[in-house]
Design a protein around this ligand. Structure first.
Ligand SMILES: NC(=O)c1ccc[n+]([C@@H]2O[C@H](COP(=O)([O-])OP(=O)(O)OC[C@H]3O[C@@H](n4cnc5c(N)ncnc54)[C@H](OP(=O)(O)O)[C@@H]3O)[C@@H](O)[C@H]2O)c1
Length: 328
């Protein structure tokens, strides 16, 4: 594993020719990835939960796929690409996937959580790999159709056939990602990196927005003005920084007052010790343990917090803000 960037010219799709890719689940990632793989000339079938219970069965059928129960698709798959929702994967895996995997087939994931933490323990005689594009499924599809792709990562946890890396790179190519670039990481890095990002970047940013709104309103500001400051302002700035880099944005494209504010007082808001602590908790598996417990208990904390969040002044102002100012 190194810093090599795999692009189209480095990856041969032929390794998947005459092979059947069984995409299990036709949701946010499953639908778009299945369609891109098919458009790349690969043979794709879809495995879904019972038709009367899971509407995605009919969605896949409507999109022209051969759809079948998960156990049957697994038996037919040379590559079994598990795109089921993470929390249900261990149960579905035990019931319908494990005993139906053919020796020397490739079991592939889009997130390493269940393999890393033992919710899924694959048999010794199959490849275990991962491909993740760095975007939600609809963008994977949109970029693919426009002739581009989404930067992605692959990982190999077990290589029994000697070509597991080439197989998962070919899958990444079929989904369009090697048009842009794909790097190799480990299951552990993918999982912990993802969990770390969700806690610190998403969690931190969302709570920062709330703190900006609440502080301004508490100090007498017009709540519509505070709402726009807390949320809308970030929108264009993030896109510009993504396109030009942070330094170019701060030193050239923002105002000098903004530059001074960012450089001097921005760091005061960040608690580096807590970020390091969250990183360590994530590495120790503490976050995964708490999340699995929460899931098994029926999400009591999430239900409670959703209720409080929906009742908050910021949410109410947000609804009104969108009605009054729309896209403005
Ligand atoms: N969402 C993203 O943008 C994203 C990004 C990177 C990686 N990933 C990874 O991609 C994988 C799939 O995630 P996702 O977001 O695409 O999931 P999702 O849309 O929430 O669900 C995927 C599929 O799972 C099916 N499903 C749920 N419960 C089931 C059950 N008990 N039996 C059979 N099928 C069941 C759903 O069917 P119904 O819809 O019919 O209920 C749906 O087709 C995960 O490993 C995730 O971490 C996702």
């Amino acid at each position: 594993m190194g810093s090599k960037i795999y692009r189209d010219k480095d990856v041969n799709l032929d390794i998947l020719k005459n092979k059947t890719i069984a995409v299990l689940g036709y949701g946010i990632q499953g639908g778009p990835q299945a369609q891109c793989l098919r458009d790349s000339g690969l043979k794709v079938i879809v495995g879904a939960g019972p038709r009367e219970q899971f509407p995605d069965w009919d969605k896949a059928k409507k999109d022209g796929f051969t759809v079948m129960p998960i156990d049957e698709a697994t038996r037919k798959g040379d590559v079994v690409h598990v795109l089921l929702a993470d929390p249900v994967q261990p149960t579905v895996y035990k019931e319908a996937i494990h005993s139906n995997l053919r020796p020397n087939c490739t079991l592939s994931f889009c997130h390493g959580f269940n393999v890393l933490y033992g919710g899924i323990v694959p048999p010794e005689n199959v490849n275990v790999v991962l491909f993740v594009p760095n975007a939600p499924g609809h963008l994977v599809r949109e970029k693919f159709l426009s002739g581009s792709g989404i930067y992605g990562a692959v990982a190999v946890d077990r290589d029994v056939t000697g070509d597991a890396l080439n197989i998962i790179l070919a899958l990444a190519k079929g989904a369009g990602s090697t048009r842009v670039g794909v790097v190799e990481i480990s299951f552990q890095e993918e999982t912990e990196g993802d969990n770390f990002e969700e806690q610190v970047l998403y969690g931190g940013t969302i709570h920062l927005m709330k703190a900006v709104f609440e502080t301004m309103v508490k100090n007498g500001y017009n709540p519509y003005f505070a709402y726009a400051k807390a949320i809308r302002s970030l929108r264009s700035v993030v896109d510009v920084m993504d396109e030009t880099g942070i330094e170019e944005y701060i030193s050239k494209l923002s105002s000098r007052t903004c530059e001074f504010a960012v450089r001097t007082n921005g760091p005061r808001v960040i608690n580096y010790n807590e970020i390091q602590k969250i990183f360590e908790e994530t590495e120790r598996g503490d976050f995964a343990t708490r999340w699995m417990q929460e899931w098994q208990l029926g999400l009591p904390h999430l239900h409670r917090m959703r209720r409080t969040g929906a009742d908050s002044e910021m949410e109410k102002i947000g609804k009104e803000w969108r009605k009054q100012f729309g896209e403005g």
